[in-house]
Design a protein around this ligand. Sequence first.
Ligand SMILES: [Zn+2]
Length: 256
Amino acid sequence: MNIITFTVNIDYRAQVTNRIMGLDNKTDVFSLEQNYFHGKEYTTYGVVMGSGSKQVLLSAGIHGDEPAGIYTLLDFIEGPISDYSGSCRFLIFPCLNPYGFENNTRHNIFGVDLNRSFTDKRSALSLRLEVFVRGWEGYMAAINLHEDNTDFPTGNYATNPRGFYVYETSMNCVRLGQDIIKALQPEYKICTNPAIYDEKNVGGVIDTRSVDGEFEQFLENHAQIILTPETPTCWPLETRIEAHMTGLKTALDKLI
Ligand SMILES: [Zn+2]
């Protein structure tokens, strides 16, 4: 697929909503948040799937200009999830920032970087998500898919990473990051810079804790293992989706 043509024709309803509504194996689909802008509706959906005892939260698209994670989760829930739905109960948010996705922007409809201001109590989305997630105490894992935009370096950094890597926070000593990296090699380039955004990187894994306000901080309050895989946008979209899917399945294979 031609990426340039693709990015100027993003349509949330056609590319995300319709796929969620077309699922035939869902337990439940619910609206987490609904916003309107210039007459267009942007609804953030949650999907419940699976009947197992291990609770897993999957999310993508909190930064709207990072589409590979969104397509990965949509592909996952349309097929591969059946390998895990007997062992796991999934709470899935395929696109946490519909407006950002359709307009190819990191920020949400109010110009907010949701990932950085998530625990700010003024965020309606965070309050609603808190209510849903609270009903599901004891998540085994939360996996939220991200991308590094390689066209626009972050802050004062000269370049953003141009390989795959994963942030990992573990509350129970179970470590999955290096398994994910092993599964991706040698097919996918791993970012092995000694540091990424000033955090120590060990062969593609950053052992980290969130900073105040981040979505990960919210997740750390609910899940034992938090994984945030990152793909670089300089790769073709299909390659980024494949890498995210490989990482996701590798983590789940280790959990079940
Ligand atoms: Zn991101």
